[in-house]
Design a binder for this molecule. Structure first.
Ligand code: FES
Length: 136
């Protein structure tokens, strides 16, 4: 049987999560074990599923040294008419195979494009040189 987050959350809810902190930590440990680290998008998914703040989960991960967030390798590129991130996306995917490229319709900063987001930070005037610098 393949592991999935929804079933794990249901199980730990039956153990008292999210109110019972021990059950929440046990869920995070299971995620870490199954995924080889806690993927960056998981705290948000757990928070949404349990109706709690993501910041609470992130604070818990930070406080417990054996829990580690997996570094996100998702490069978000604006694919809107002014940025046209397609060429940069092809470049990033070809040159950096471990990176996942996601296209966003418009980041609503059209005058500053091409725009991209990497590790939560927004960058303007993106080009191949910027991508090389960010991937190092
Ligand atoms: S087209 Fe890229 S921000 Fe709008």
């Amino acid at each position: 049987m393949e592991w999935n987050l929804k079933e794990a959350m249901e199980y730990y809810a039956s153990q008292g999560a999210p109110g019972e902190q021990g059950a929440l930590v046990a869920l995070l440990r299971e995620v870490q074990r199954e995924c080889g680290g806690i993927p960056a998008e998981i705290p948000g998914q757990i928070a949404a599923g349990y109706g709690i703040k993501e910041g609470l989960i992130l604070a818990l991960i930070k406080r417990i040294p054996s829990l580690n967030l997996k570094e996100s390798r998702v490069l978000e590129l604006c694919a809107g008419p002014n940025c046209r991130g397609g060429e940069l996306g092809t470049y990033a995917e070809t040159r950096y195979p471990g990176v996942t490229v996601q296209y966003v319709p418009c980041m609503r900063l059209c005058g500053k494009g091409p725009n991209l987001r990497w590790k939560g930070q927004l960058y303007h005037g993106a080009d191949k040189t910027l991508i090389d610098r960010l991937m190092k």
